[in-house]
Ligand binder design. Structure first.
Ligand code: SF4
Length: 238
């Protein structure tokens, strides 16, 4: 497959491929990566709609595909229940959580540090312990202001590739895929959320961008937890 090598090429594909072409491209991207990496290809799952879509696509490529979930003490109860059901159905999914002691309301005083400890560190641990050479994400370039410039294949850490197989999908196409495939989703979407995270940092919003409800009132508003921006190898100089 010919990869798009610039954000402009990505945006052309976002606007010019139809739904089926995008799904076929996602399947091809994961198939090619699975041939290359085998068990070193592992799917990250945040328990949101994009993650369950990419997990379903990956499972169509190989039922043996492994995954990991990073959860925190602050995830909503609905998300925790959804995670339990998913792990019961797919025991090849490992769960990572950092139970380190942190300051009260660190999510208010220093959300970057809170995310780094509770989200980025467990991703590093997963990548190390699961022997990941290529991790797969549900990142999409139309989700919000911080996600416009990614590519389908990234190499930000030495010896670790990142594959974003549904980078080109619109929000509507994610729901179209999930409906057509009958994939269960986190019930919080029924409440009106469009992007899901930890309870103190996630609100229902009606703005243009899906991620507008994340970290409202902080410098991270609509932003990133860090797993797509920070070094992820456990040996990285962080
Ligand atoms: S989303 Fe909020 S509560 Fe969760 S790790 Fe980040 S700052 Fe902490």
């Amino acid at each position: 497959m010919k990869f798009a090598t610039t954000p402009d090429e990505i945006h052309d594909l976002v606007n010019n491929l139809n739904f089926k072409e995008k799904v076929d491209r996602s399947l091809d991207l994961i198939s090619d990566a699975y041939r290359e990496h085998g068990d070193g290809l592992v799917v990250a799952n945040s328990l949101g709609k994009d993650s369950v879509a990419v997990w379903d696509v990956a499972k169509r490529v190989s039922p043996k595909m492994r995954g990991f979930v990073v959860t925190t003490r602050f995830k909503p109860v609905e998300t925790k229940q959804f995670m339990s059901a998913l792990v019961a159905r797919y025991p090849e999914t490992r769960v990572y959580q950092n139970d380190i002691e942190i300051a009260d309301e660190l999510y208010k005083t220093d959300p970057d540090q809170c995310c780094d400890l509770l989200k980025v560190q467990p991703v590093r641990q997963a990548i190390e312990e699961m022997g990941v050479s290529c991790w797969v994400t549900g990142l999409r370039c139309t989700e919000g202001r911080t996600r416009t410039d990614y590519l389908e294949v990234e190499e930000r850490d030495e010896d670790l590739l990142k594959l974003n197989p549904i980078l080109l999908w619109h929000e509507r196409e994610v729901w179209q895929y999930l409906a057509l495939r009958g994939v269960p989703v986190n019930p919080l979407y029924g409440e009106g959320y469009r992007s899901l995270g930890c309870a103190p940092c996630t609100q229902i919003t009606t703005g243009a961008n899906e991620r507008d409800g994340r970290w409202i009132g902080t410098s991270k508003c609509g932003g990133e937890c860090g797993i797509h921006t920070r070094p992820l190898k456990a040996t990285a100089n962080v």
